[in-house]
Every structure is written in C-alpha cells, then in structure tokens.
Design a binder for this molecule. Structure first.
Ligand code: 3PG
Length: 202
C-alpha cells in the first residue's frame, strides 16, 4: 500500500471542513495519501469526514499514542496507524485488528522490536536529529529487510537525498502543509507547497 506513494503530507487540523478543503487541494495537486495527527482534539472526526468526501484517499492516522485512539482512527476509516515511538501494545492491537501500523523507531534496538513483531516497515523519527540519511545508510547494513519512512526535519532541501536511499519507502512531513497557512486558511499557498513537493519527486 505505502509503496504506491513516496510522499505523505502531514497535518494537525481540528476542523473537519478545513480538513476536507485540504484534502481537495491535496487531490488536485496529485496526492493519494494524507496523514492527520491525533495531536489535536477531534482527529477521528476529521478522518471520518475526509473519508466520506474522498474515499479514494489513503488516510494515515498520525501521532497515535493510545490504543483508544488507534481504535477511533480505524473506526473512522484510517488505513494506517502511525506512532512516533515504538509502543508494543499499540502495534499488537493493530496487528490483531488486521490493520496496517507504522511505529516509530530511533535506535537499532527498536528496529529489532519491530522485526520481532514481524514488521518490515518502520517510521524513523525524528529522522533529522538522528543523523538523517547517514543514520538510514547505517541501518541498511544490519537490517537489509527493513524499509523506513523517515519523518522529522524533512523539507524540499533534503527530501531527494532521503528518497534516493534504497531503504527509504516514503517520506512524511508537515512542511507541505505549513501551520501558519492552515491558520490563515491560505489554501492557495498550501496548494503551492503541495504542488512544489509533488514536482520534486516527479
Ligand atoms: C511527525 O509526527 O511525523 C513529525 O512531527 C513530522 O515532522 P516535521 O514536522 O518535521 O515534518
């Protein structure tokens, strides 16, 4: 599923109508995946509303820290549960539900937690702070079967460096949906960021 899309815009939006507008803009720019984080209240309602209008969009639920939030995200129609850290209970819950899960890792030990639970796709977070592309290159040696979705500190200046690595499946990030433009509802500005990001990877 994730292999179809290499770029995942990430947004923290409480308002369903604004989230639908963002989804409209993302679709027009050519995106097929969006991530809405549980850093804000009402994230499950946002996901449900966006899925109603855009059932074709693959929706990731981001910053999921608790099983109850994973349950709400999946009930709302999210296709992938993403967490910043490695929470084995959350991973087990998602696997038991037959749901796709992308837990965050920051160390080889955590990569091995993932491998032990049968995962071959992991989020690397916060990628920039952890060494960025050189951390990913270092992880490719001992873990050739694992592919990563780095997030944290990625932007137009370093995106292609990440995506050129064989063990990088996709990159996610908030730079494509700047908070300030969401706050001012500058949808044309957001469209520009989204289109620029898509052009970079084409
Ligand atoms: C995440 O939750 O994946 C990160 O906060 C994204 O990091 P960014 O804001 O630096 O893109």
């Amino acid at each position: 599923m994730l292999s179809l899309e290499r770029l995942i815009p990430l947004a923290s939006i409480e308002n369903s109508l604004m989230a639908i507008t963002l989804a409209d803009r993302a679709r027009s720019a050519g995106f097929k995946v969006l991530e809405f984080t549980f850093r804000v209240a009402g994230a499950a309602e946002v996901i449900r509303a966006v899925k109603e209008v855009h059932p074709e969009l693959l929706i990731c639920a981001g910053t999921v820290l608790h099983i109850e939030d994973a349950r709400a995200a999946l009930d709302a129609g999210a296709e992938l549960v993403v967490s910043p850290g490695f929470n084995a209970d959350l991973v087990r819950f998602c696997l038991d539900q037959g749901a796709a899960v992308l837990p965050g890792v920051a160390t080889p030990t955590e990569v091995e937690y993932g491998i032990r639970m049968g995962l071959t796709r992991l989020k690397l977070f916060p990628a920039g702070v952890l060494g960025g592309p050189s951390m990913l290159q270092a992880l490719s040696g001992p873990y050739p079967g694992v592919r990563f979705v780095p997030t944290g500190g990625i932007g137009p200046g370093n995106l292609l460096e990440y995506l050129s690595l064989p063990n990088v499946l996709a990159c996610a990030g908030s730079w494509m949906v700047p908070k300030s433009l969401v706050a001012s509802q500058d949808w044309d500005g957001i469209s520009r960021h989204l289109r620029e990001a898509i052009l970079l990877v084409r």
